[in-house]
Design a protein around this ligand. Structure first.
Ligand SMILES: [Zn+2]
Ligand SMILES: [Zn+2]
Length: 117
């Protein structure tokens, strides 16, 4: 066993140059253990879950399907204008629309094509 020779590389935390034999250095290891996949990091916290759920209760059908005359239960609250981390846009209910998963995936796929405005 040659533990001392384990390959060292820089910690995977952005901007951290601490050398480690694991994915993250001692300092960052723990913050990643617990928050892996955590939604709150991207601004989607508990407040968003509660608000979007209430929004879907008031707007139960996908607007895109509805435009085609189909009633599909909406499961996703989508931002009409991409918020890109802008908190005002993010929480502006006028910028929210209910979508079903299929329409949301389609929108995401065509987003860079200048959809809408
Ligand atoms: Zn680190
Ligand atoms: Zn739909």
């Amino acid at each position: 066993m040659e533990l001392a020779h384990a390959a060292l590389h820089e910690c995977n935390h952005y901007g951290c140059h601490q050398l480690t034999s694991e994915r993250f250095c001692e300092k960052h290891k723990h913050s990643y253990d617990n928050s892996r996949g955590s939604a709150s990091k991207r601004g989607y916290g508990r407040r968003w879950r509660v608000s979007s759920k209430a929004f879907l209760a008031n707007h139960p059908f996908c607007v895109r399907c509805l435009a085609k005359g189909t009633y599909t239960p909406a499961t996703i609250v989508d931002h009409i204008k991409p918020h890109k981390g802008n908190q005002t846009l993010f929480w502006d209910k006028n910028n929210w629309q209910p979508l079903c998963k299929l329409c949301h995936d389609k929108k995401t796929a065509t987003e860079d094509g200048g959809f809408g405005r």
